[in-house]
Design a protein around this ligand. Structure first.
Ligand code: ATP
Ligand code: MG
Length: 578
């Protein structure tokens, strides 16, 4: 085995920055750039510098190990993919403008892979043939390309990013479920090895189809997702979270019969509630939509809630909001819609939480007018009850009825049971036990490699910079000789660094002719888990300083014991991430 030497800062290409990049809104973006881990190339496109690349490779290796531990095999599929495959699955059109498309010199169309369901299905069809060869699980770690409408937050939402994607093929549902559960468990272990504080949450299967799915959310205020969770263990993306919204017992709901009130206000719930002197939750909010066939519906939700578009899409697949023009044509009065006296053919679709609210305060389908006391059953009927409202603070868990808590999260991974969506559309069949051809049952499992790297930094930083967990730090220990050229400091520091290396520790030595302050700042900014500070005065007393980046604690170690103690400390922390 080649001898391993310490990394030398004097040789390293690691141009750290004092200033924050102007476009950085969040800690991970700011710090990954300042600590010389990444550099922007274009919007949502980044290069990795040597230090960032070391962390990225370590992260990839953790993901790889966890995939291999559950019997998934690594391969490497191409990124450039013929359009024909995307036509077969129907996603050439479904994927929309997020798909990067290009033509070759013969005008043949290609896509840059945003994900690899098409290619893997193409790869195995006609070659994976018999139930006897199943299940199979394959993965790769490659760049993905998505022309995101809003690339932002550095590595969190890029247009070029690294994903680990695994795909599994099965003869039976039970087999698919088994692999899916193993993948979910592996994702939990990856989170733990990365030191991520996370939640597995119920989620929408979106673009990709399929019914059973779970997202892995790293908790962070910078996260774009919101999670509803409960002490009973229930956790879901708020896009799909079910909640018990308390039916409100307000006098407006029990009061007298239907009466029309002149409400000359801006058509907002806040204005209506203020005008009537009732809380917003005592009102009912209306939104108008159409389905792909053109059937119109007015949706009703509690006045203080927002519409959950993902849930609405389950109730009315492919729905779109009506434009002002369409509303006008349909005879719908914006800001004043209600279930009493809607134009013919417009359906009343209401959130399930309104079922127990007998009398509604709601629009009167007439400008500047609302109804109070509109009674379900007598004044109007609801055509469809559906779960439409976005869960929010104050709502209760649908499982145990305790109040839900809310947190923001970064989606670092997602596991799906795809079923036969791709095997059917792309004609990928196997022979079952009875000699019948059947489409494969498939699972797919995506992990955001570059995104999870940023998520780690998002959770592990302080005012000094990044605080890497040992598992993916670019090196484990930094040795800082405070005075280069000094005939005690420099050789002692070098010896410590070499000896630590010999004990299998990953070491960097800051052998630059820089002031101590510069070395301290860079070491904190880059975020080496441990620092060994070798100074003149310390050496005179026969000691070096050992600093734990995370706690900031410093201890003096006797020179003759330092290497052994430091190596033991590193190995101890390392073991916690295995
Ligand atoms: P999002 O909802 O955040 O756009 P997605 O659900 O479209 O993500 P998937 O198709 O499930 O993403 O991809 C698998 C994983 O790839 C995600 O869990 C995420 O970690 C990562 N990922 C997806 N899009 C990006 C992106 N634009 N930049 C970086 N990582 C991404
Ligand atoms: Mg996803």
């Amino acid at each position: 085995m080649a001898t391993i030497h310490p990394l030398r800062m004097s040789q390293l290409y690691a141009p750290t920055l004092k200033e924050d990049p102007v476009d950085a809104e969040i800690a991970s973006h700011r710090l990954l750039v300042r600590a010389a881990m990444i550099r922007k190339v274009a919007s949502g496109v980044y290069s990795f510098l040597p230090l960032g690349f070391k962390s990225l490779q370590k992260l990839e290796q953790i993901v790889r190990e966890e995939m291999e531990a559950i019997g998934s095999q690594e391969l490497r599929m191409s990124i450039i993919q013929p359009a024909e495959l995307w036509h077969e699955s129907g996603r050439w059109s479904d994927y929309g403008p997020e798909l990067f498309r290009l033509n070759d010199r013969h005008e043949h169309a290609f896509a840059l892979a945003p994900t690899h369901e098409e290619l893997i299905t193409f790869l195995i069809r006609n070659e994976l043939r018999s139930y006897r060869e199943l299940p199979k699980s394959l993965f790769h770690i490659t760049n993905k390309y998505r022309d995101e409408i809003r690339p932002r937050f550095g590595l969190l939402r890029g247009r070029e990013f690294v994903m680990k994607d695994a795909y599994s093929f099965h003869a039976t549902k039970e087999s698919l479920q088994e692999t899916y559960d193993e993948m979910a468990a592996a994702y939990g272990r990856i989170c733990e090895r990365l030191g991520l504080n996370y939640y597995p949450v119920e989620a929408d299967s979106g673009q990709i189809g399929g019914k059973v799915t779970c997202e892995f959310m790293a908790l962070a205020d910078a996260g774009e997702a919101e999670i509803a969770h409960c002490t009973c263990g229930y956790a879901a993306n708020t896009e799909v979270a079910e909640a018990h919204i308390r039916p409100l017992s307000h006098e407006a709901h029990e009061g007298a019969a239907l009466s029309k009130i002149h409400t000359p206000i801006e058509g907002t719930i806040a204005a209506l509630a203020a005008f009537l002197g009732i809380p917003e939750e005592a009102t009912v909010k209306a939104l108008s939509v159409k389905d792909p066939e053109g059937t119109m519906s007015v949706l009703f939700i509690p006045g203080d809630h927002e519409l959950a578009e993902v849930k609405t899409n389950r109730a009315i697949p492919g729905f779109e909001f009506l434009t002002d023009d369409e509303m006008l044509k349909a005879g719908l009065v914006k800001g004043f819609m209600g279930p009493v006296g809607l134009p013919k053919g417009v359906r009343v679709v209401a959130d399930i939480s309104l079922k127990d609210t007998r009398r509604w305060v709601v629009g009167a389908n007439e400008k500047d007018h609302h109804y109070v006391g509109a009674a379900q059953g007598s004044d109007f009927t609801v055509d469809v009850w559906a779960d439409l409202a976005l869960a929010q603070a104050g709502d209760c868990c649908s499982v145990c009825d305790e109040p839900l808590s809310f947190a923001r999260g970064i989606e670092v991974g997602q596991v799906f049971q795809l079923g036969t969506k791709y095997s059917e559309s792309m004609a990928a069949y196997f022979m079952d036990e009875d000699g019948f051809e059947k489409p494969f049952l498939m699972g797919c499992y995506g992990w955001g490699v570059t995104r999870s790297l940023a998520a780690v930094v998002e959770q592990h930083n302080d005012e000094g910079g990044i605080v890497w967990p040992m598992s993916i730090a670019p090196a484990e220990v930094a040795v800082l000789p405070l005075v280069m050229g000094d005939d005690a400091v420099e050789p002692t520091a070098l010896t410590i660094a070499e000896e630590l290396c010999a004990l299998g520790i990953e070491v960097v030595i800051d052998d630059r002719f820089e002031r101590a302050g510069v070395k301290f700042n860079d070491a904190d900014l880059i975020g080496w888990p441990y620092q060994v500070i070798v100074g003149k005065r310390g050496l005179e007393a026969g000691a070096v300083e050992f600093k734990d980046r995370q706690s900031g604690e410093k201890q003096q170690l006797a020179l003759d014991e330092a290497v052994v103690l430091i190596a033991a400390a590193v190995k101890d922390v390392r073991a916690r991430y295995l």
